[in-house]
Design a binder for this molecule. Structure first.
Ligand code: S3P
Length: 450
C-alpha cells in the first residue's frame, strides 16, 4: 500500500471530440466519512456508491484493524458493523493509509480519545505531509503523538485515557483538521467546539447529524462555530454516496477545452462548500449548465452539461472561493492555459501541502509545455492565449499526485503534440475508472514504457 507498484507513464493526445455521458465515481470525502462513522456506530450501516479507490479502500482496511466488520457485497453495497463511540480496539499492526491525507487524519481523530495506541504510515507523498496541524489539537484532548520531525509519518498516536473536550479555532482553512477535532470530540465528555474563520466542506457536520449526534452550527463574525455534544450513541445509517464534484471536474474541464465536445456528467453534488470550480468556470465564460437541479438527502444535486468553450477569458478567482474549490486548482490552471488572458489565483497557500506542492507541480509542468506561469507563496497566475495555443509535447512529473496526473492528461487531450505524465498509477486513489471513462467519451491514451 505504501507504494503502488511500477510507474505507469501515460500519454494523452487530441482525438475526436468528447461526447456522451460520464458517470464519475462516488465522493471521496463522503466515502471516507461513511466508513469511519459506520465503524463508530452500533449496528449495521449500508453504503451504496462508495468510491472504490485506493484511498478509501485503505480506510476500509483501517476500520477492520480497529475492530469493525467491513464487507463488500457482490452487488457493490458495503456493509459495516460498527463498534460504537469509544469502542475501537488496538490494531495489531501498522495502519498504512497509502496516499490518503483525509483517511489518515480523520482516523487519527477518531481513535485519539480512546485509550489505545496505533502507528500510522503511508506512501512517500503522505509521509512528507504536515501532521502537526492535527496532532496539536489532538494533544488538547490528552492524546500523545510521536512522529518524525515536524510530526511527519510514520507516527504513533496514543489515545487519551481521560479525554477532555476542546474549543479550537482552526489556524488553517481545512476540513480535514475540523473533522479530526470533531471525530475526537465524539468520545470526549461535554461539548467540543470548532471555530472556522473560513467555511470549508461541511460533510462531517451533516453526516454526524445524520448518524444522530447533536451538532449545532452558528454563523458569527468570528466565523462558523460548530458545537458537538460528546459521547452520543451513533445510529447506523443507509447512505447513498453522491458522485464526486472533484472527479466531475475532469470530464467537465476536458469537454470545455477539446474542440466539438458536449458531455453530460449526471448526479453531481453541488454542496456550496464544494462547487466553487463550476462558478469560476461560468465566470470565465464556459458553456456549463446545470440541468435537472434537485435535492437529494439534503444536498443540492444536478446534472452538469459542458460544451466546448473556445471563448473563455482569464479572470481573477475570488480568494474567498478557495476553500470551495481547493482540489480543483490544478485542472482550473489547465483550462486557464486554453482561455484568453491571465487567470490569477490568490489565497491558495494550502495547495503547497496537498498530495504534492500543487502550485509547483503544475507550474513546472505547464512551463515545460510552453505555458507562462508566475507564482508566489500563496498565489499563482496562468497566461492563456486561446484554444490550442500551448505547444505541449512535454513529459511531466505527477509527483504521486492523482490530480496532477489527471490535469496534465486533460491538457494532452486538447493538444496535437500531447502530454505525457511519468506515472498515471496514483489516479487509482480517487478515480480508478478515469482512463476508461475518458476513452468512452472519445479520449485517447497510451501507456508508455517506464
Ligand atoms: C478533504 C479536505 C481537503 C481536500 C481533501 C479532502 C476532506 O483537504 O483537499 O481532498 O475530505 O475533508 P484540507 O482539509 O487539507 O483542505
Amino acid at each position: 500500500m505504501s507504494g503502488h507498484g511500477p510507474a505507469q507513464p501515460m500519454t494523452a493526445r487530441k482525438a475526436g471530440p468528447l461526447t456522451g455521458t460520464a458517470l464519475v465515481p462516488g465522493d471521496k470525502s463522503i466515502s471516507h466519512r461513511s466508513l469511519i462513522l459506520g465503524a463508530l456506530s452500533v449496528g449495521e450501516t449500508r453504503v451504496r456508491g462508495l468510491l472504490e479507490g485506493d484511498d478509501v479502500l485503505a480506510t476500509a482496511e483501517a476500520m477492520r484493524a480497529f475492530g469493525a466488520s467491513v464487507v463488500r457485497n457482490e452487488d457493490g453495497e458495503w456493509v459495516i458493523h460498527g463498534v460504537g463511540t469509544g469502542g475501537f480496539g488496538e490494531p495489531e499492526d501498522v495502519i498504512d493509509c497509502g496516499n490518503a491525507g483525509t483517511g489518515v487524519r480523520l482516523i487519527m481523530g477518531a481513535m485519539a480519545t480512546t485509550p489505545i495506541a496505533a502507528t500510522f504510515t503511508g506512501d512517500a507523498s503522505l509521509r512528507s505531509r504536515p501532521m502537526a496541524r492535527i496532532t496539536d489539537p489532538l494533544a488538547l484532548f490528552g492524546a500523545a503523538a510521536h512522529g518524525r520531525a515536524k510530526g511527519r509519518l510514520p507516527l504513533t498516536m496514543i489515545g487519551a485515557a481521560n479525554p477532555v473536550p476542546v474549543r479550537y479555532t482552526l489556524p488553517v482553512p481545512s476540513a480535514q483538521v475540523k473533522s479530526t477535532v470533531l471525530l475526537a470530540g465524539l468520545n470526549a465528555p461535554g461539548q467540543t467546539v470548532v471555530i472556522e474563520p473560513e467555511a470549508t466542506r461541511d460533510h462531517t457536520e451533516r453526516m454526524l447529524r445524520g448518524f444522530g449526534a447533536e451538532v449545532t452550527v452558528e454563523d458569527t463574525d468570528e466565523g462558523r462555530i460548530i458545537t458537538l455534544t460528546g459521547q452520543p450513541e451513533l445510529k447506523p445509517q443507509s447512505i447513498d454516496v453522491p458522485r464526486d464534484p472533484s472527479s466531475a471536474a475532469f470530464p467537465v474541464c476536458a469537454a470545455l477545452i477539446v474542440e466539438g465536445s458536449d458531455v453530460l456528467v449526471p448526479n453531481i453534488g453541488l454542496n456550496p462548500t464544494r462547487a466553487g470550480l463550476f462558478e469560476t468556470l461560468r465566470d470565465m465564460g464556459a458553456d456549463l449548465t446545470f440541468e435537472n437541479t434537485r435535492e437529494e438527502s439534503g444536498e443540492p444535486v444536478a446534472d452538469l452539461r459542458a460544451r466546448y468553450s473556445p471563448e473563455m477569458q482569464g479572470i481573477e478567482v475570488p480568494p474567498e472561493r478557495a476553500a470551495s474549490m481547493i482540489d480543483e486548482y490544478p485542472i482550473l490552471s489547465v483550462v486557464a492555459s486554453q482561455a484568453s488572458g491571465t487567470t490569477m489565483m490568490r489565497g491558495v497557500k494550502e495547495l503547497r501541502v496537498k498530495e504534492s506542492d500543487r502550485i509547483d507541480a503544475m507550474a513546472v509542468g505547464l512551463r515545460a509545455n510552453g505555458v507562462t506561469v508566475e507564482e508566489g507563496e500563496d498565489w499563482w497566475s496562468v497566461e492563456g492565449h486561446g484554444p490550442g495555443s500551448a505547444p505541449c509535447g512535454a513529459r511531466v512529473e505527477a509527483r504521486l499526485d492523482h490530480r496532477i496526473a489527471m490535469s496534465f492528461l486533460c491538457l494532452g487531450m486538447a493538444s496535437e503534440a500531447g502530454v505525457t505524465v511519468d506515472d498515471a498509477g496514483p489516479i487509482a486513489t480517487s478515480f480508478p475508472v478515469f482512463r476508461d471513462l475518458m476513452e468512452g467519451l472519445g479520449g485517447s491514451f497510451r501507456l508508455e514504457n517506464a
